[in-house]
Write a protein that binds this ligand. Sequence first.
Ligand code: FES
Ligand SMILES: [Fe+2]
Length: 459
Amino acid sequence: MQISAGLVSAAGTSVRSRPGGRQQCSRVRCVAEPAVRPQNGLNGYEQLSPSTVNLDSAVLQAPFQRFSPQPWATANKPIEEASTPPSSWYKSPDTWEYEKESVFSKNWLYVGHTGSLKKPGDFFTGKMADNTYVVCMGEDGELRAFHNVCRHHAAPVANGTGCTQRFECPYHGWEYDLEGRFRGATQLKGIKAFYAKDQALWPIRLETWGHFIFLLFDNSPNAPKLRESLQKGGIAMEAAEMEASDLVHVHQDQYHLNCNWKVYNDNYLDGCYHCSFAHPGLSMAIDVDAYHNVMYEKVSFQVSPLTPPEARPSNGEWDDIIASRVEGDGRGPQYAFVYPNVMVNRYAMWMDTLQVIPQGPNKCQVNIDYWIHKSKLGDEEWTRGVIAGEDQVQREDVSLCDLVQEGLQSNAYDVGRYAPEPESAMWHFHQLVHKDFFGHFGQHVPQYPIDDRIHNVAE
Ligand code: FES
Ligand SMILES: [Fe+2]
């Protein structure tokens, strides 16, 4: 128990039932008289919904364009003639500073999934580039996101994950409700021109797509909605049933990488060029030679037919881990990348997402969430096999990415060349980064064979 002038609090959480069967968590809290008595409105303070807060406030305007990344000399060349962007994009602190604002403050970012917010008060926190955030479900069942920064002296108001009725800042106890509204503080006696309406947590734009929660740290009125940003790529993801309601979230793993976030993306987007060499297990399940890429504005697809049954090994290497990838209706895996920070791997009976969290010029974290078809719920052995198989692939990729970062740090390397067919999605990704850095997009988006399932809905 902590005692301070005017406030006595005892922390603890419990869960109670709400009418209609919904559960709600409650925070046990004893409150003595605040040092400053609210004057009017809710709790006496004049309240203002965060949605009405002036988002153009200079408070949210980050200093911008302090640095310029090194130019990409062959950005306007077709992939067959292009070299990759300079290695400084992958290691320079200046580039990292620049992309925090030009990439991670201007695009919809995947931050988590709806399955982790089931009842009012549920929340999770995170950090994307410089911005810490808290995402929660309000009393009304709506999902909202706020900058996880106390309006007093900038401490985080929430930590980790949990369930609460209010966010109480651990530093000096300022309180905010689930809609971000300021709800009270102690020891403000004598303060002047202090209005609760000006003290709400800063809101962040939030939209969902299927299971996925995206945030946009761009408050400008002409910033696109999520679906406008996904465009035909979103339609293709729906065709691949990546938002299917019969998928249930079952697990998350986290990986810590000593590489720039773009190194991990590049690895994912090389059209399985590396699979035969780096992922012998995965290569048994999918027909690497038939792999092909489809690009949309901010989404790219990698599509792979399954290895024909007659070509599958029968020497004991073919095990349950591999079998889970080919089980189902014969549909081949489809891999979607949503610029800039999430990949969705869809197999017939399961799906996983890779959330890429940049943490500096040469560090990033990848969170992998697993969903399985509800018909597989309870099949622990099968689920373990799925997770073990993907973990194997991730470990192989993590060690490759760390090694690539070491190579990028070397004075001996600056740019490389593309393998034009398999690495077209990687090149497309570089074009998107280039567009965010310098404001224009390459003119040479190549056309590749388009999978029928995608073609039918995307055209
Ligand atoms: S920083 Fe949050 S109450 Fe002081
Ligand atoms: Fe890989």
